[in-house]
Design a binder for this molecule. Structure first.
Ligand code: BLA
Length: 335
């Protein structure tokens, strides 16, 4: 029997009925009044009506109101790229600031889809959560993760929950009503999510996209306030702990983020890998020396390789696993 470890990473998109349906919509056929069936142009109008560039511009301009934002050294190497088939544009921005180690954004756009991968990481002297905005949209369908990802485990570390999330619950609840829970997801991802995470899937509409922009701007303003208020940890062991937590997060995402397959298909295996390791999750080599299997030994295959499955546990959490107070109620699975 073939070991799951030796099978190549399944191109996840080919298996998702909703995804196929949305792509089919974007290249479907039109019947004219004359009865001739013509190939409809991709719904590029609708896709481009939504611009994730606008989200990035907002975040950068808003940050400039709070702090001295300077271009990251990464900006020289990563600014824009075109996919191998010339049809997709990838744009990158990256900055740093006195309290911000890395603020970076990637937007991807072609006739059939738009992607935003935006994240902001504090320097390890600050235990501020990680800002995370990951949106994938076709003309008709959207997948969204928007969160202030906790740096430390909030189920075990009640103090971290109290410090950051308790007072943000009303905001989280407001958006949880607007954006229903997106259904089962990779179980392991949940330990990187907070009780205010917006994990949702929705059919495109102007209302939804406007609401998403509101959510993004509100969450980002909150993140900037947390940065403003953050006091520098001076205890070396706390700083070490923050650094390792960020490194573990980068290590998880650099290995298991759902977007990697698509990135590699767009720009090729080696450029894709480079973009992931040295731009999106920059810090892997700087913040620590542990490897993926040191943090996530359950993924180890015979021979010491990493299991290519995204999840060892499988998908779970059909519904939102936090109550209105932010208490974790997905008890059958440990996060
Ligand atoms: C799907 N993206 C998803 C899903 C999650 C995330 C939870 C649902 C599938 C799953 O359960 O794994 C996002 N997962 C995250 C985030 C974290 C995490 C943010 O663990 C943080 C800790 N997404 C991108 C980029 C692309 C992209 C850059 O960020 C494309 C270039 C695409 N995400 C994408 C696609 C899907 C997806 C196509 C649906 C396909 C699938 O489920 O594999």
């Amino acid at each position: 029997m073939e070991s799951p470890c030796s099978s190549p990473l399944t191109p996840s998109l080919s298996l998702k009925p909703w995804f196929l349906a949305s792509l089919i919509t974007s290249v479907s056929t039109n019947t004219c009044t004359c009865g001739i069936i013509s190939k409809r142009k991709p719904l590029s109008l609708q896709v481009s009506a939504l611009s994730y560039q606008r989200f990035i511009h907002f975040a950068v301009n808003e940050t400039k109101k709070h702090t001295l934002l300077t271009p990251s050294p990464l900006q020289e190497k990563y600014s824009s790229m075109t996919s191998m088939d010339g049809k997709t544009e990838l744009k990158m921005v990256s900055f740093e600031a006195p309290k911000i180690r890395l603020l970076r954004g990637l937007s991807i756009q072609n006739d059939a889809m738009q992607v935003l991968d935006f994240a902001a990481f504090a320097r390890p002297e600050f235990d501020v959560p990680i800002f995370c905005g990951n949106f994938f949209s076709t003309a008709s369908f959207n997948i969204v993760v928007l969160d202030l990802n906790p740096l430390h485990n909030i189920v075990e570390n009640k103090g971290y929950m109290e410090k950051y999330y308790k007072r943000l619950m009303p905001m989280g609840l407001k958006y949880a009503e607007l954006f229903p829970w997106g259904g089962k997801l990779t179980s392991e991802s949940l330990k990187f999510f907070s009780p205010i995470v917006i994990w949702t899937k929705f059919t495109s509409s102007q209302y939804r996209h406007d609401s998403l922009y509101s959510a993004f701007t509100e969450y980002y303003k909150v993140w900037l306030e947390l940065i403003d208020q953050a006091m520098e940890d001076t205890d070396a062991s706390l700083i070490r702990c923050n650094r390792e937590a960020q490194h573990k997060y980068l290590t998880w995402r650099a290995e298991k983020d759902p977007g990697h397959g698509m990135l590699k298909r767009l720009i090729g295996e080696s450029l894709g890998k480079d973009l992931v390791r040295n731009f999106l999750f920059y810090g892997l080599d700087e913040l620590g020396s542990k490897r993926f299997l040191d943090y996530f030994p359950e993924y180890q295959c015979e021979g010491g390789t990493i299991n290519q499955k995204r999840s060892m546990v499988g998908k779970s959490f059909e519904s939102r696993p936090w109550d209105a107070k932010g208490e974790f109620i997905g008890n059958n699975i440990t996060v």
